[in-house]
Design a protein around this ligand. Sequence first.
Ligand SMILES: Nc1ncnc2c1ncn2[C@@H]1O[C@H](COP(=O)(O)OP(=O)(O)OP(=O)(O)O)[C@@H](O)[C@H]1O
Ligand SMILES: [Mg+2]
Length: 349
Amino acid sequence: MSLESQITSALKTLVDPLSGQDIVSEGLLQGLNITSSGKVSFILEINTEYMNEGLKLKEKATSLLEKIQGVTHVQIALTAQRKPKAHNPLAKEIPGVNHILVVGSGKGGVGKSTTAANLACALQSMNLKVGILDADIYGPSLPRLLGINQKPSSDDGIFINPLEVHGLKCMSMGFMIDEKMPTIWRGPMMQKALHQMLRQVKWGDLDVLVIDLPPGTGDVHLTLAQTTLLSGAIIVSTPQDLALIDARKGLEMFLKVSVPVLGLVENMSYFLCPHCQMRSEIFEHGGVHKEAQILGVPLLAEVPLHIAIREASEKGTPIVLSNPASPEGNIYQNLGQRVWASLKKSSKA
Ligand SMILES: Nc1ncnc2c1ncn2[C@@H]1O[C@H](COP(=O)(O)OP(=O)(O)OP(=O)(O)O)[C@@H](O)[C@H]1O
Ligand SMILES: [Mg+2]
């Protein structure tokens, strides 16, 4: 049997989890190339919704092919073939709000709220009308990050006036849920509170509503995706492996509920010394970049771990506003521009 037939027969034993057919008959294999020295390379075209399965297929294919005599090296490139499902027919727009953008992360504490707050301010400084909603029922933090110390009012007891801060319209689930309420009681309250936040707040006309999600892939995410037409999602991850695995789960969840993932943000990407401005790669830097390539989504920003970012947040004015000319301020401004460009490209441009 020729080397090529041995390779295709081996690959035919691998099954595409989506169709149940083998990957060769399914046409997922493209550009198979075998050099005279036994180097095998090809593209494996998979659906982004099944990225984890794609990665497993790639591993299995590599180990199968490496066992074949005459094969010296195997290189498989995964490409994502995007087939987003139609939006949930029950998902509705929020009247007056042009784009709803969610900021999520697979794991807690990676800097999602910091990113959401700086991104909202960056978009606002581009003369866009921007709102921000803190949908983290378990640890609402935007009021602190944006320096809010009052509660929203209502003129008629039904509709809520959002708070205005730094030119942003702002609401937090924290306003609706008593901080002392035990965590297990918060879940059942969530759907009602989320509905109120989206439908009973006078958001007015907005170009973008940024939603800071709770970490992980829980009820808030699903309820949001099922009830509200979301323009896109951004996933924040730190460079460590564990956070990346979690980020992948986050990405898969958004794709499963048909929310386009606009890209990844690597936070705490490297350490910038506040004294000498020296850059140190504390974690192996570049992990998110590689992951973004594998997943076929853009890496929108690499944000350093810098004390000024935390200090600005603690003072209630995100760094993109308090020090827009700083390198970190610039990174968030660029992020805002990239996000806006990709929202404009999306269906409702
Ligand atoms: N790039 C950064 N440089 C320095 N500090 C940062 C950076 N990003 C976030 N932080 C700090 O790390 C802590 C966690 O950030 P943040 O609250 O934004 O994370 P989160 O993902 O929203 O967390 P949670 O999952 O609890 O909601 C905060 O104290 C924040 O000020
Ligand atoms: Mg948070």
